[in-house]
Structure formats: structure tokens, C-alpha cells
Design a protein around this ligand. Structure first.
Ligand SMILES: Nc1ncnc2c1ncn2[C@@H]1O[C@H](COP(=O)(O)OP(=O)(O)O)[C@@H](O)[C@H]1O
Ligand SMILES: N[C@@H](CC(=O)OP(=O)(O)O)C(=O)O
Length: 458
């Protein structure tokens, strides 16, 4: 039994949905299907989820939302027409959106209910289409499926008890189509997963039904060893471990959600990333182990939008509880941090820029200054992080020196280095303006040069 998930780009239009149906029907094992909301059809297009969020924001700001609502309805109408299905469903969807907007819920709950409409409607459409072309399929709402989550709007996490109920889905005879991206709390409140969370739904369902394989269909032939927006035609990765993929996803490989790895890993279900537009390609296999060939580094991930809170105080190393107190201030201000490298007399805390907007900065710095009596505290914005990942790194000498030489060649200053304790990853902080140059140079070192050396050794 296989669980297949189709991302936003795979369900963006009727043409794409026809490909999706073909893929499902090609393999009888593909019995459980998870779908996203329609994504972008071209680069300047808008994802349905983004449109739904705009409806919610307009409501919060008491602005007119009809035009955005019409854009959502228009997307579904086009898809239904393209599949030669009745467009009646769009009336229900419109009424549903209006009732959510006019409802009495808190802003956060309303926003989650709106976000869910994209996936929910698309799952109904796909199930209607499969039936229409002669194959038994059923739309199954996450509540009916048993996807129970925590009460954290927009950030919900799966509850352990979900898995036993999900197992029952194995008994269904028809193709089951489940909308991704949301679940229900024990109190029956709809709750959205983090953005990109349909990958997580797919992994939860795969773990629940103990699938043999979780296939994640997207718009690229495989996971590439570096973001294809930074290096053109980068090398494909054919095999990755869960640990490697989690590090890479977390650090910027947006092709697969990092929180989707754990359910698959725990249940030992291999994940295969494949292309809806070229399903015959082998894709990338993610599992517990792989052959450590092709050099120590398997991928280079990168992301911008970080800042560093730099704190220095003479004899910080002798002050018990300093780090805890610093992080406690951030906790009390609702700021989550990503990394916290430290020295003898100083410590940096790396956070995502949206966690510390400029209007909050003064208060946080004042608290640090006042409560910790530090010598210096400052914020450096416009930082980017680069993560070099590979299980082979902990048994290879010289990775760091090769990386440093790459930064030097690219004329990019390293602001910070942090080696993960697992030794599967090495993280570098640089100024955002040098990010592309640094990544291109690292790619040259760890992939282009390594291939040439391997060729010469043959
Ligand atoms: N290292 C990488 N390998 C492959 N794709 C990547 C990588 N880094 C970023 N991406 C981007 O991820 C995109 C696919 O993810 P996403 O847009 O979430 O797809 P979907 O709509 O199927 O959920 C690709 O089109 C590509 O631009
Ligand atoms: N539609 C949701 C969830 C999702 O997983 O989407 P996608 O498969 O397009 O990344 C989002 O945009 O966040």
C-alpha cells in the first residue's frame, strides 16, 4: 500500500489534475491520496492558500474581500470546467467561505478555517473526477480519517492517538482522497498545520496506515544538491537519509517539509520525491541508510531572513545560568531561536527576522542590557545561513578547510560557524548579499570538483 501526496503545483489546473489521476490509476497500490490546494500555474500566479489568507486579513482589517474571494472561486471554477464537472460545488464553497468570515470565531481560528478551504475543496474535486472517469474514490475529511492535532493555530502538531485510527483507512476499498494541511483538536476545532504542511499530512497518513512507501509528487525530477534557483542544473540526489533530508529541508530545501520526516522515520517508511510532470523518472529516495558514495557532502541548503542578537560580557563563562536567562527573555517575548553559538565572553542568538520586528527590538535589547548587565548587546540584520549536509562528513578530514577556501574564493566573509552535534551538518552565517556567490563556490568545490576527482581516479 502506498500513500501519494500531490503538491500545489501538481493540482494547480485541470491539466495537472488529469496527470494526477493517471499517476494514481497507474499503480493499484496507490490507494491513499493526500492533496494540497491549487498552487501557482506560472511564476507571477498566486497560490489559493495565499488568496484565502488575504481574505482573512481583509476581514481582520475590515476591508472589502469580494475580489479576492472571487479569485479563489474562479480558480476552482476553471478546474471544474476543465475536468468537465458540474460547477455547482463553487456555490457551496463561496457560502462556506462567507460563513467563516462572518462567523464569531477568534481571528486565528477563522484564519485556519479559511486556509483549509483550498485543500478541502480540491480533495472533493479530485474524488469527483476519479468517480466521473469510472474509478471508485471517496473524499475523506481529516476528522473522519482521524487526524487529531494540538491546539496551536497555524502550527498544529499531530497527536499520537491519530495513528491507531488512521490505520482503519486500510480497510477502505475505494481510493481515499484526504485534504492535506489541517486536522482537528480533541475539542473538534479545525487547526491548520504549518505552511507547506500537506507534506506532513501525507507523512502522518503513511505512518498511520503503515504504508510501504510515501510518494511525494511535486514539480521537479528530484531533490537537487543545491537550490535550482541559485545554481542552474544542479546535480540530482538519488538517495538521502532521513537525517540528511531533515537538515536540508530545515535549512532551505523547500521541496519537502522538515516536519514530515519524523513520522516517516519513526514508522520506517521510505519517502520518494517524484515529478508529476515526469513520473517515469526515479526521483529521490529517502530512507534510514544509503551508500556513502560521491563525497562527504550530499547537499548545500541556504536561506536568508535571519538576524543575530550579539551579547558580550566579560567572564560570561563563569556566570551560571547566563545562557538560560538570555533565552528566557526571548521566550517571555515570544521569540523562538534557531541557533545559539557561544564563546568565552560572548554569545549570539540567531533568530528569523520575523521573530524580532524592528518595533520589538528596543524592548528586547533593553531587557537584555538591564537584566543581564552585559557589556554590549546589538542586533545584526540581513544575515543568511548556509548548511552543508552529509552523513559522510564526520568520517572525512578537511571538509571545513575546503569550505573555508570556497568562501574565500567567493570573497564572502564568514560571520559565524556552527557544527551540529550529530556532525551531519555544518552551518555558516554570512551577509545576505554574499549568499549566492558563496553557495555557487561551495557547489563548485563539493560537487563539480569532487566529480572531476572521481573521474580522474577511475
Ligand atoms: N534542493 C532543491 N531541490 C529541488 N527543489 C528545490 C530545492 N530547493 C528548493 N526547491 C524548490 O522546491 C520546489 C518544489 O516545492 P514546492 O513548491 O513546495 O512544491 P509543491 O507545490 O509540489 O508542494 C521546486 O520547484 C524548487 O523550486
Ligand atoms: N497549501 C498549503 C499547504 C501545502 O503543503 O502547500 P504546497 O504543497 O503547495 O507546498 C500552503 O500553501 O502552505
Amino acid at each position: 500500500m502506498k500513500v501519494v501526496k500531490f503538491g500545489g503545483s501538481s493540482v494547480a489546473s485541470a491539466t495537472q489534475l488529469k496527470k494526477v489521476a493517471n499517476i494514481i490509476l497507474q499503480d493499484k497500490e496507490r490507494q491513499l491520496v493526500v492533496v494540497s490546494a491549487p498552487g501557482k500555474r506560472f511564476s507571477s500566479d498566486r497560490k489559493v492558500t495565499d488568496l484565502l489568507i488575504e481574505v482573512g486579513k481583509k476581514k481582520e482589517e475590515n476591508k472589502e474581500f469580494e475580489e479576492t474571494l472571487q479569485a479563489v472561486i474562479g480558480r476552482f471554477q476553471q478546474i471544474l470546467e476543465g475536468l468537465s464537472l458540474s460547477t455547482q460545488l463553487t456555490e457551496r464553497v463561496r457560502d462556506h467561505i462567507v460563513s467563516i468570515v462572518r462567523g464569531e470565531s477568534d481571528d486565528a481560528y477563522r484564519m485556519d478555517a479559511l486556509k483549509a478551504v483550498g485543500e478541502d475543496t480540491l480533495a472533493q474535486i479530485l474524488s469527483l473526477y476519479l468517480n466521473d472517469i469510472g474509478h471508485k474514490a471517496a473524499y475523506v475529511n481529516p476528522k473522519e480519517a482521524g487526524i487529531m492535532v494540538s491546539d496551536e493555530p497555524g502550527q498544529a502538531r499531530v497527536l499520537e492517538e491519530s495513528y491507531a485510527q488512521l490505520y482503519e483507512l486500510r480497510n477502505r476499498e475505494e481510493i481515499v482522497v484526504i485534504p492535506g494541511f489541517f486536522g482537528y483538536t480533541k475539542k473538534d476545532q479545525l487547526m491548520a498545520l504549518p505552511r507547506g504542511g500537506s507534506d506532513i499530512t501525507g507523512a502522518i497518513v503513511a505512518a498511520g496506515v503503515k504504508a510501504d512507501l510515501y510518494e511525494n509528487f511535486t514539480d521537479v525530477d528530484s531533490v537537487y544538491c543545491v537550490n535550482p534557483m541559485i545554481v542552474s542544473n544542479p546535480k540530482e540526489i538519488h538517495a538521502l537519509t532521513y537525517k540528511e533530508m531533515r537538515e536540508l529541508s530545515y535549512a532551505g530545501f523547500s521541496v519537502f517539509h522538515d516536519e514530515a520526516l519524523n513520522p516517516a522515520f519513526q514508522a520506517k517508511i521510505p519517502v520518494c520525491i517524484k515529478n508529476t510532470n515526469r513520473p517515469e523518472k526515479p526521483g529521490t529516495m529517502i530512507s534510514a541508510e544509503r551508500n556513502l558514495t560521491n563525497g562527504p557532502v550530499v547537499g548545500i541548503a541556504s536561506d536568508d531572513g535571519f538576524l543575530s542578537i550579539y551579547v558580550s560580557k566579560y567572564l560570561m563563562n563563569r556566570e551560571i545560568g547566563f545562557g538560560r536567562h538570555l533565552l528566557q527573555i526571548l521566550e517571555e517575548e515570544g521569540i523562538s531561536f534557531e541557533h545559539a553559538p557561544s564563546g568565552i565572553d560572548d554569545m549570539s542568538v540567531i533568530v528569523r527576522e520575523e521573530q524580532l520586528p524592528p518595533h520589538k527590538e528596543e524592548l528586547v535589547l533593553k531587557r537584555i542590557q538591564h537584566e543581564l548587565k552585559v557589556d554590549t548587546v546589538s542586533v545584526e540584520r540581513d544575515l543568511a545561513m548556509i548548511m552543508i549536509v552529509g552523513e559522510g562528513m564526520n568520517s572525512t578530514i578537511g571538509v571545513t578547510s575546503k569550505a573555508s577556501a570556497s568562501f574565500e574564493r567567493a570573497r564572502v566573509n564568514i560571520e559565524m560557524i556552527n557544527q551540529g552535534s550529530s556532525e551531519v551538518s555544518m552551518m555558516y552565517g554570512v551577509k545576505k548579499e554574499g549568499l549566492s556567490r558563496a553557495v555557487q563556490s561551495l557547489y563548485e568545490t563539493f560537487f563539480v570538483q569532487v566529480s572531476k576527482e572521481a573521474e580522474r581516479a577511475k
